[in-house]
Design a protein around this ligand. Structure first.
Ligand SMILES: Nc1ncnc2c1ncn2[C@@H]1O[C@H](COP(=O)(O)OP(=O)(O)OP(=O)(O)O)[C@@H](O)[C@H]1O
Ligand SMILES: Cc1cn([C@H]2C[C@H](O)[C@@H](COP(=O)(O)O)O2)c(=O)[nH]c1=O
Length: 210
């Protein structure tokens, strides 16, 4: 095993199957003899989980767009320091359900702050710490919303319950990130059975696997 583990982020809009694939990928990588830690954003450390509640509960007006972006950046800084870096230093692989690219797509693109402004927050808050690979699950927005509706009914959180136009802009933001950083970021088709999607994710990690 390499001295330092790898850091993988799983990204995509609401309901595309990230949480389902997080578990499947962990099992697949453990089957290859790797030690794997799974985590999530916002959250992943006690401080960041407290910020998650602040961000996702309450009504839309609870935070203005800049305050929202700052809270995500603060949570991420703590998550990296307390959870991600220590695990990588022990040689573990870390898979995070969402990371920086969610902020770039949701707050930067859909929220109107701009991708570069949000990236600047990450440069300040987390010294531009990046995943070794970011896998963005893509699914037609209507189909993803239908999957999320089956799971949640009408009980979406503060951000998930934003209008379809917002989520269409999130989708566009993720695609922009894949075009801007093709070495780090890969689009992965989330259509089909969970096992089919897991196979596509493993293929997109092929060059990193021991
Ligand atoms: N490949 C698939 N085909 C059909 N349904 C799926 C597939 N993958 C996941 N699902 C179902 O779709 C719903 C959403 O999946 P999941 O919770 O994994 O998505 P998510 O991307 O983590 O969502 P969110 O970002 O909203 O938390 C769940 O009910 C899950 O069982
Ligand atoms: C990391 C991150 C998340 N979000 C949004 C995306 C979702 O609506 C929620 C998280 O809910 P999930 O069920 O755990 O996927 O938060 C965001 O807007 N910006 C971010 O950086």
């Amino acid at each position: 095993m390499s001295a330092r583990g790898r850091f993988i982020s799983l990204e995509g809009g609401e309901g595309v199957g990230k949480s389902t694939q997080l578990d499947a990928l962990r099992h697949a990588l453990e089957g290859r003899g790797l030690q794997v830690v799974t985590t999530r954003e916002p959250g992943g450390s006690p401080g960041a989980e407290a910020i998650r509640d602040l961000l996702l509960k309450g009504d839309e007006a609870r935070w203005n767009p800049r305050a929202e972006a700052l809270l995500f950046a603060a949570a991420r800084s703590d998550h990296i320091q307390k959870t991600i870096v220590p695990a990588l230093q022990q040689g573990q692989w870390v898979i995070s359900d969402r990371f920086l690219d969610s902020s770039l797509a949701y707050q930067g693109e859909a929220g109107g702050l701009g991708i570069e402004a949000v990236r600047d927050l990450h440069r300040f808050g987390s010294l531009d710490f990046l995943p070794d690979r970011t896998l963005i699950l893509t699914l037609e927005v209507g189909e993803a919303a239908a999957r999320a509706r089956v799971r949640d009914g009408s009980a979406g959180d503060r951000i998930g319950s934003r209008p379809p136009s917002y989520h269409a802009a999130v989708d566009a933001g993720f695609r922009t990130m894949a075009a801007k950083e093709p070495g780090r970021v890969r689009l992965v088709d989330a259509e089909g059975s969970p096992a089919t999607v897991t196979a596509r994710l493993l293929y997109a990690l092929g060059d990193l696997l021991p």
